[in-house]
Design a protein. Structure first.
Length: 402
């Protein structure tokens, strides 16, 4: 399948525009990483506590941040999680201890920060209560007059209430009266209403990544990217020539730098899934570059009378349909993931959206011009002899007898 029939676009003519674009965005990304947002590492890398909070209404990140700051939890990262209708956010704290007490500490701090300013006196929050606390209240009130088996019966009711809240209602109840729909006896519902109130949020989950684990993940992520680039360089060195490998690796490093810089500029966290996307990007960009380089190598043998710049432009034009087809379809796929894949895939798909755009043009406007620039440098320095032009065939003189 071909989108273009014998295209003749002078790509190298526009190389300076794209080099200027790359320079501007690379410098902006580096400055952001050094002086502005830094490299916005996720909890996976920097360590800390992640608290998943679900609300009964669409959450306002600004108000949540104000409440968290008032509670003394500064530098917390807040982001939406899951589908918009789920009303969930992730709050990342800098609590880096890995003990059970640290889990409770993170949960309790968020509950204290988000709870109403004037909660009902003497009542607990049902949306953040445990089955044990519900069972204890019912045992003290004994609304069913259960007698000798009261402890067992109220423990079962406490578990039933929590299960209904968490599994059926997604973690939050709008009112204590909602328990009537779960088959809870009316006297029990009234007893729960006397001892509990319902807030507009619930802490669904708490996870901790220790600082040592985060440091190890940072090192492993850096090494994974470095080893992938070195492996590509060695492969292209043997497959083509060293300059081909250097050009391809520089283009991939350029793609990675701009992608990470873009995440820094928009202050988007870099998580393990983003690292996976960057490694995918390195392989994808390298494959695109190899296709162009392979056509250049074939044409160098066939088109000996043409200059390398002409050969490079012809090779890019010959592979243009393939580039548009593969890159275009891949871009539409990852764009769909970015738009409709939800918060979990947001960072992964964003890295690929940026990377595919940058990686496609870097194969044409970064890697290929490096080959031409290298040959021009060698020719000017006298290290490259001009390609000999084959002599024209001799013509035999034919004598005609007359």
């Amino acid at each position: 399948m071909e989108f273009f029939r014998n295209p003749n676009i002078h790509f190298l003519k526009y190389k300076w525009y794209f080099l200027a674009f790359s320079l501007v965005f690379s410098v902006a990304g580096v400055l952001s990483m050094l002086f502005w947002h830094g490299v916005p590492l996720g909890v996976d890398f920097r360590g800390g506590t992640v608290v998943n909070v679900k609300f009964t209404h669409p959450p306002d990140n600004g108000k949540i941040r104000e409440a968290v700051d008032r509670a003394g939890l500064h530098n917390a990262r807040i982001q939406r999680f899951g589908e918009a209708a789920s009303n969930e956010v992730l709050i990342a704290l800098d609590i880096k201890e890995t003990t059970e007490a640290a889990l409770d500490q993170g949960k309790n701090q968020i509950i204290q920060a988000l709870e109403p300013a004037n909660p009902p006196a003497g009542k607990q929050d049902l949306n953040n209560a445990s089955a044990q606390s519900i069972s204890e209240l019912l045992l003290n009130k004994d609304p069913l007059r259960a007698g000798t088996d009261a402890s067992t019966r109220y423990q079962a009711l406490g578990q039933q209430i929590v299960s209904y809240r968490d599994k059926t209602r997604g973690g939050v109840l709008n009112s204590v009266d909602d328990l009537s729909a779960a088959g809870i006896p009316a006297p029990v519902v009234q007893a729960v209403k006397d001892g509990f109130y319902t807030s507009d949020f619930s802490v669904r989950n708490v996870e901790i990544v220790g600082p040592q684990v985060g440091k190890q993940l940072q090192t492993q992520a850096k090494l994974a990217i470095l080893y992938s680039l070195l492996g590509m360089l060695v492969y292209l060195w043997f497959r083509f020539e060293l300059i081909y490998g250097v050009a391809a690796v520089v283009a991939c490093f350029h793609d990675t730098l701009i992608t990470v810089g873009a995440f820094s500029l928009i202050n988007q966290e870099i998580t393990l899934t983003v690292i996976a996307a960057i490694l995918t990007l390195v392989g994808y960009s390298m494959n695109d570059t190899i296709v162009v380089f392979d056509r250049i190598r074939e044409n160098v043998k066939l088109l000996r009378r043409e200059s390398l710049s002409e050969i490079v432009e012809r090779s890019i034009n010959q592979t243009l349909s393939r580039t548009v087809l593969t890159s275009g379809l891949t871009f539409l796929t990852v764009l769909s993931l970015y738009l409709f894949g939800g918060e979990v895939l947001h960072g992964f798909s964003l890295a690929l959206v940026i990377g595919i755009l940058i990686g496609t043009y870097s194969s044409i406007f970064i890697a290929s011009p490096m080959l031409v620039a290298y040959q021009d440098w060698r020719r000017k320095s006298g290290k490259l002899a001009p390609v000999p032009v084959p002599p024209a065939p001799r013509r035999e003189k034919v004598r005609v007898k007359g």
